[in-house]
Design a binder for this molecule. Sequence first.
Ligand code: PLP
Length: 380
Amino acid sequence: MNDASKKSLSEKVAVSETAAGAILTVDLGAIRENYRRLKARLGGVGCAGVVKADGYGLGGPQVAAALAAEGCDIFFVAHLVEGVLLRQVLGSRPAIYVLNGIQPGAESEAVEAELGAVINSVGQLAAWRAAAQRAGRTLKAAIQVDSGMSRLGMAAAEVEAVAADPQAFDGIDVTFVMSHLARADEPKHPANEQQRLEFERLRRMLPKAPASLANSSGIFLGQPFHYDLARPGAALYGINPMPAEENPMLPVVRLQAKVIQTRSLDRGAGVGYGHIFHVTEPLAAATISLGYADGWHRRAASAAWFENVPLPFLGRVSMDSIVLNISALPPDRLKAGDLVELIGPSQTVDQAAGHAGTIGYEILTSLGHRFHRRYVTGAM
Ligand SMILES: *Cc1c(COP(=O)(O)O)cnc(C)c1O
């Protein structure tokens, strides 16, 4: 792996730890441990790694290399460009599938990078068949069926149509038949079993191939949902796959921002854009070098933490900065350059998401491009 290929999409310019306004630490050892935990839960069933969106914002190449070191040899990305990058990093051996399918006309680019297509429609199937003919060899594809999410995959009528066409799969090596669950994080919801039964019905019409249904949360729905291959993403990155229960995964991410300056604020002072906060009694404030351009939602009402002390946000989140109330700390305890924590032992990704009115997936994939990124194994 050379330096250029190791750079994630979000790391086009590396910023030093000294120069950076914020530091993102990714524990690749924790990702590997999470992969092992999911594998253990799956028994002998295969476990792919979903590394779309630049490895959920954490660095697709780094994450994929860590998973490959655990023996993961099937990867899913969402876009062709992510697959091309991953192929450069992982070499020729692992299978890489493009979940959104190949955009019309881009089939030869996918063939060149040895990417497998996820076939979501009759149109994508025909285009892949034509690509196989042009390439003069069989091409790998996972056939996705819509078992009830109404998002991607062939609808029942399309499955019936291709099932009736003896030439439909000419030149195509169907490596998986797959579908995706809409409500896997609600284990008691009947939609899960309904989708599973519909998946069963649809896959019986297609060429016999290994089956794949479960994402992270789907793995925790139990053995009937496991089939031949699970496709976890979120749980690998420490997001709780079972929101109603204690998180069975290890945390993976730590995000710390630097204090730019501190000040005392007198009664009556207005803070930040729109002065949505007015000081009612004198307080100490610190401005940190992280804002909504770094993925911290403008609407977030949360806190940063310093040595287990929560430091609430004051006023609006700006593009590049946030003002904190640091009155709970001893005077002059916090100085320019000190780090406060936004994600880490004091505040999990899921908790941070809760304060921002969103989910951990969006927090991670929103993480900005201006951080100094540290990749570690243990000891965040
Ligand atoms: C994103 C995605 C996954 C991974 O889902 P997680 O909830 O992150 O585990 C699996 N399959 C498909 C089709 C996806 O789009």
